[in-house]
Write a protein that binds this ligand. Sequence first.
Ligand code: ATP
Ligand code: MG
Length: 679
Amino acid sequence: MSVIGIDLGNESCYVAVAKAGGIETIANDYSLRATPACVAFSGKNRVLGVAAKNQQVTNMANTIYGFKRLLGRKYRDPQVTFEQKHLPYEMVEMEGGSLGIKVRYLDEEHIFTPEQCLAMLFTKLKDISETALQTPVKDCVISVPAYFTIKERQAILDAAAIADLNVLSLLNETTATTLAYGIYKQDLPLPEEKPRNVVFVDCGQSSLQVSICAFNKGKLAMLSCAFDPNLGGRNIDFALAEHFKHEFIKKYKIDASQNPRAYIRLLAEAEKLKKQMSVNSTTLPLNIECFMNDKDVHGEMKRVDMEEMCRDFFEKIKLVLEECLAKSGLKKEDIQSVEIVGGSTRIPAIKNIIKDVFGCTPSTTLNQDEAVSRGCALQCAILSPAVRVKDFGVSDVINYPISIDVTDSIGGRVTDSMILYEVNCKFPLSRKITLKRSDAFEIRAHYANPVPYMDQEIGKWIIRNVKPTADGRDQVVMVTFSMNVNGILDIKRATVDSTEIVESEPMEEDKSAEENAEQQPPADANSAAAPPPEENKEKKKKPTKKVIHLTVDAINPLGLSVDKMNDRREKEGQMRANDKQEKERVDARNALEEYVYELRNKLSSHEELALYATEAVRENLIKTLDQMETWLYEEGEDCQKQIYKDKLNDLKIQGDPIEKRRIEYERLPVMIEEFRRVL
Ligand code: ATP
Ligand code: MG
């Protein structure tokens, strides 16, 4: 069983695996290392990955991509509205305001959620890996943008579960990159020496992420992180497409915005032009044949014109880089190197900005496209006992501070508010708070500062079974939160140290890795009721003290309900089985077609089979093959697998004896020689 690392990009995905000899990137069914994050639907099956992207222009309404940015979001989310403008498929509002994607599949209308679409892509990546590695694949580490909120992370976990993948850990893309860098660097300063400060800039198709880390041999400290979820290479494609759209309206009187297929082609050509501009500063052409109304169009542009046109975009990139440097507390001179990853860091203007802000020429020590997947594969190796890797301490950090509000009763007023997790806090990590309560109460968690997500809410819990002590005083309630390895927040338990309100049986305390990292909330939090350290020490001295677990009810818990998950898994299983069946059917048809052509060619050639059948048999068989060819393109175009198989067998009954005669004839000299030797 292999463990894979997946870089889930908005445009393309990479899969890597840790083996005894190092990290390997897995090539897909088209022998490509990048698999487009794209799924499509047809009357017969689903089309996934490269094949989906290849048929996009002819099946636009049923080709789904860009769903990484729709995960966990509601239909009316402004981000969804923004994406909708660029995506040619239909989105609909579903029960509870959730987002659905409407497609025609198997000649019927179907609505899938973005999580289901992602699950389809995961199914493809799993298949690719199993074929390449020739072993079952279940465990994986998946990258997530550092700016993903808890709900978006949960959506990825749901999608993985639908695709029958077991996520050992989600890993921030920034962390994956630093891991890929740090683990192989031989020349890092010793632990007691001054660390090497390295900046990582990842600019992909849709977003920008920057982090600054301090490296010593065997460890790293994340100093700062900054990002913009909406600054990526596609911004330039949009700008170029808009420019040429206006130019073509003037020049050719055709408006690409009126024709989604033309616009998609224009965007694809704009992207090509952008890539050419990265290596060429002269005037470059953009030509599209039969663009609209049978008209060919032509445009041209120079790199400097693009840079001028996208000045705001580059300015925003600069601001994010400067923000990261400011947050790290370092000066430009303290930075030893800048490593760039992500396709858009190939753009010369972005490289220049990086040089300007950090004072270093960007270096490409890392594989620009594969660093994130390699980092994920390394994390797999660290987490799994099967492969031995150097010990390199790396943990994810929280990018958004999390606060909680606590009420005095269910639906009551908020009496305590505090920051539970500060920014840059490493996780997994548990936090314990102490409250004085005499009634059941609510805890609501939310982001302390605005996040790039529609709502700031994270979760709501009700802590039940709380009653006053026998003498009418408040109980001391301890609530332990956990931020798990995937960056998901939950309440691990709520307890009281009293035996007076026994309603549930005392339970054994579990000791997990997170618990070992258990901490009190930061000192500056408004945690007036936090117990003094001595009290903790005292508790440790008296391990026999009874701990009563209170009931914790999560309201609208994150993730799919068991019923929904089972339903989605079942549907995915059916679609997968259908794809397999369809593939076998098409393969059977192709095998028959191939046999028809091959045998007919051989029967026509003296060097092949012409001499091994009588003229009458040969002519008859060629006639049968001609008829079979016609049948394949007419009524036999779309038959069941078995029909093709039966027809192939029938042909082989006639063709095989001729082939056999040839083999026997060719073996004749050898047989005569053997016979002579025996005599
Ligand atoms: P994201 O990280 O935003 O989720 P992703 O990981 O799929 O997306 P990448 O594969 O890192 O994105 O980068 C893809 C982007 O890089 C595309 O916008 C592509 O046009 C751009 N790109 C690739 N090569 C070049 C190049 N030579 N010059 C300019 N842009 C390029
Ligand atoms: Mg990326």
